[in-house]
Design a binder for this molecule. Sequence first.
Ligand SMILES: Cc1cc2nc3c(=O)[nH]c(=O)nc-3n(C[C@H](O)[C@H](O)[C@H](O)COP(=O)(O)O)c2cc1C
Length: 145
Amino acid sequence: MLCIDEDHKTTKNIRYSKAFTVSIADVKNMEAADFFGIATGNRMPDKFEKSGCHAVKSEFVNAPVITEFPVTMECELAEIVDTENLHAVVGKIVNVSADEEIVGEDGKVCPEKINALIFDQFRSGYYAVGEKVGQAWNAGKGLMK
Ligand SMILES: Cc1cc2nc3c(=O)[nH]c(=O)nc-3n(C[C@H](O)[C@H](O)[C@H](O)COP(=O)(O)O)c2cc1C
């Protein structure tokens, strides 16, 4: 689910193509990722070219996959929720593509290999995701007694 404004070029593109992709930004691609967030295709028609990134058409949905980013979720548009308090673009993930170097022997993405960026809304900083600190659905088990 993306909570993005109705007037963004991205939202208009999604309404038109009925599909979108979501990439996980990593430290290596921070400049381009931030640029995507501060430039708008509404006023900069060559926004994508200016980013220096490259894209191929997804084999699964009518949307581009940026080749520089390590993990991409390819989504069909499921619905756009527009209420007084929420404007959300909801997608159904139909495929996840990932660079081989961040996939483990079990075929699953290894988050610690992505070097993913986290956006901090307190001070607008970007941080890198660090090491694994626990196991979900397990770390709190001791308190179940
Ligand atoms: C770090 C960061 C996070 C952002 N998060 C959101 C968000 O959650 N929702 C939103 O509507 N805009 C968000 N923005 C702003 C849009 O990315 C920005 O308005 C952009 O110009 C829209 O581009 P477009 O018109 O080409 O789609 C964010 C920007 C940055 C830099």
